[in-house]
Design a protein around this ligand. Structure first.
Ligand code: F6R
Length: 598
């Protein structure tokens, strides 16, 4: 999704902005641009397409002396990707220049009024109204104009602004869209995302809604929503800078899959002492009901959570997609625990779902990866997944660590006789994944056979169905192969009509109690010509041999823990299909890493 950088300092602003934008590329974008102050004048360079296009038109500026500027990568929402619609946008007198993340929901009515007031619009974006509003309200005081402007805006925004009356400063403000300020030495930064500035500073301020920050090379000043000057504390980012580099892997996605064993160890290790799960920072009572809310991959982790909590704890669990949860009338009260799952901690639908749960007096526990993110800050309790930065758009190690956190949570409430055994098994998960990562030939071979398929189905029952949903999403988002996941017993209620000779179906068979049922379901699709790939524990291979065209074995693991192990071959399969197709694996078309618009 859109990315923002802002710079004021003693280095070349254009080069610094380009560096920041490069680091934000992973968020997904379709155009990019920068604006900088040059001898009191605002200069804008922007264009459609990848950053290399922008790089080509700013190469001269990189050699010159500019010290203040803003930059943007745009993921189109209102208005097609084009040079004109790219940010930054300037006001008609060239005094203000803005970059914007988010959506201004009432932009049409503001635009109509501004046109009546004599303003012309160049772009078809929602964002352009902001520059004209700033111009309209400006009487010599930017802060005043900015407050008047944001009071008129409905929707979400992170804004970074330069004004030629203030040639040493960059202004910023946010609402429901992430924004941080970085404190350096003789330089300060603004960014929508930490990796953009991590090379230069680890001291960051997290902006709250409606706060305004002004940065210059020497100073950072904050105003609260009432216009009063305030002091804020910095937070130290502890990420390893190399974590946002590929370190010899061809793609971030492959690197991140290989990081799963370490990420899981980091997530569970500190929370298990003497074979006992201790979640000390959490003050949770056993709830009467659990609602899990998330989007995409995080939602799929939640579906695994439902099966686990219900099986181990006998607590009723609902799982919902955040954008649906928000607009239905969920039945929640103070006896309900709402679990919010999010890698970024900034997904707007998930953030709003959190607020809805709180409004209904539910306690909210967030399972989040990014420390200090909006969701982490607004939840009552946080269980961090220590996955480190996830750069590839397709989520992999985040999913594995979300599952780890769910296992920790479920087991921390579980009082059954298998407790010790389960805790032991959870600790064995990293080495089982390691084993899979050391023998990937069969997965690669399967991908080489199937990457040209028109459609690939996934099928499983129970936890295997939850897992299949994630396998299917991973495949479609990076390989662009149509895919659907089905419960084993459900395919014949319609979708089996799509099975013809050679249609690949990836079947998860990790749950022995429903193995025979799945075998019958596989026979049904085989009878219609399906090409069957089975993922199962080594100990079951012999039993499955006769019905499978290909078997992708995983180590022998208790069925309860199978999803967290069996997802790795699925991720690798999707990865290799994408590579064979020559796709941009880390930045798949149309997708964004952190979805900060509804
Ligand atoms: C898929 C993927 C997305 C995210 C979803 C939620 O690979 O990455 O489906 O899982 O957009 O994002 P977070 O977890 O940041 O809330």
């Amino acid at each position: 999704m859109c990315g923002i950088v802002g710079y004021a300092g003693d280095k070349n602003a254009v080069a610094m902005l380009m560096h920041g934008l490069k680091k934000l590329e992973y968020r997904g974008y379709d155009s990019a641009g920068i604006a900088y102050l040059s001898q009191g004048e605002i200069k804008v360079k922007k264009c459609k397409g990848r950053l290399v296009n922008l790089q080509n038109i700013v190469s001269d500026e990189i050699k010159e002396e500019h010290h203040v500027g803003i930059g943007h990568t745009r993921w189109a929402t209102h208005g097609e990707p084009s040079d004109i619609n790219s940010h930054p946008h300037v006001s008609r007198d060239n005094r203000f220049c803005i970059v914007h993340n988010g959506i201004i929901e009432n932009y049409m009515s503001i635009r109509e009024q501004l046109i009546v007031d004599g303003y012309n619009f160049e772009s078809t974006t929602d964002s352009e109204v902001i520059t004209h509003l700033l111009h309209y309200h400006y009487k010599g005081d930017v802060i005043e104009a900015l407050f008047k402007t944001i009071h008129q805006l409905e929707g979400s925004y992170a804004l970074s602004i330069i004004c030629n009356d203030y040639p040493d400063q960059v202004f910023c403000v946010r609402k429901d869209s992430p924004l941080i300020v970085g404190k350096g030495k003789n330089e300060n930064f603004i960014a929508s995302d930490i990796p953009a500035i991590l090379k230069y500073t680890r001291d960051i301020y997290i902006m709250e809604d409606h706060e305004i920050a002004i940065i210059s090379s020497k100073l950072v000043t904050f105003y609260n929503s009432l216009g009063k000057k305030i002091e804020k504390q910095t937070m130290k980012v502890t990420w390893d800078e190399n974590a946002s580099e590929k370190e010899g892997y061809e793609h971030f996605m492959l690197k991140e899959i290989h990081e799963e064993p370490v990420a899981i160890t980091k997530t569970i290790g500190p929370r298990i002492k003497n074979n006992e799960i201790i979640l000390d920072q959490l003050v949770l009572k056993r709830p009467k009901k659990i609602i899990i809310v998330a989007c995409g991959t995080a939602y799929h982790a939640g579906v695994v959570g439902k099966y686990l909590f219900e099986k181990l704890l006998r607590i009723p669990v609902e799982v919902d997609v955040a954008s649906e949860f928000r607009y239905r009338d969920p039945i929640i009260d103070k006896h309900t625990l709402t679990i919010i799952i999010s890698q970024s901690g900034e997904t707007i639908d998930t953030l709003f779902a959190l607020r809805k749960a709180k409004e209904n007096n539910s306690k909210v526990l967030a399972i989040v990866n990014v420390v200090g993110s909006s969701i982490a800050r607004e939840a009552d309790d946080v269980l961090y997944t220590w996955a480190g930065p996830e750069i590839a758009v397709a989520s992999t190690k985040a999913y594995s660590t979300q599952l780890s956190a769910i296992y920790l949570l479920a087991l921390s409430f579980y009082k059954g006789e298998k407790y010790k055994d389960y805790v032991n098994q959870l600790q064995d998960v990293p080495k089982m994944i390691e084993h899979i990562l050391n023998s990937t030939d069969q997965v690669m071979k399967t991908a080489s056979l199937l990457y040209n398929s028109k459609s690939i189905f996934f099928m499983g029952r129970g936890l295997d169905y939850a897992l299949s949903m994630e396998g299917s999403l991973k495949l479609k988002e990076i390989s662009y192969i149509h895919s659907e996941a089905y419960p084993g017993g459900e395919l014949k209620h319609g979708t089996i009509a799509l099975i013809e000779k050679g249609t690949p179906v990836i079947c998860s068979l990790t749950q022995p109690d429903i193995l025979e049922k799945m075998i019958s379901n596989i026979r049904e699709i085989k009878a219609r010509g399906a090409f069957v790939i089975v993922i199962t524990q080594e100990e079951q291979v012999e039993k499955i041999n006769e019905i499978a065209d290909i078997i992708l074995p995983i180590p022998n693991v208790d069925p309860l823990f199978a999803p967290i192990i069996a997802v790795t071959p699925m991720q690798l399969f999707a990865y290799h299909c994408s590579v064979y197709k020559g796709n941009d694996v880390d930045k798949p078309r149309n997708l964004a890493k952190s979805v900060t618009v509804e």
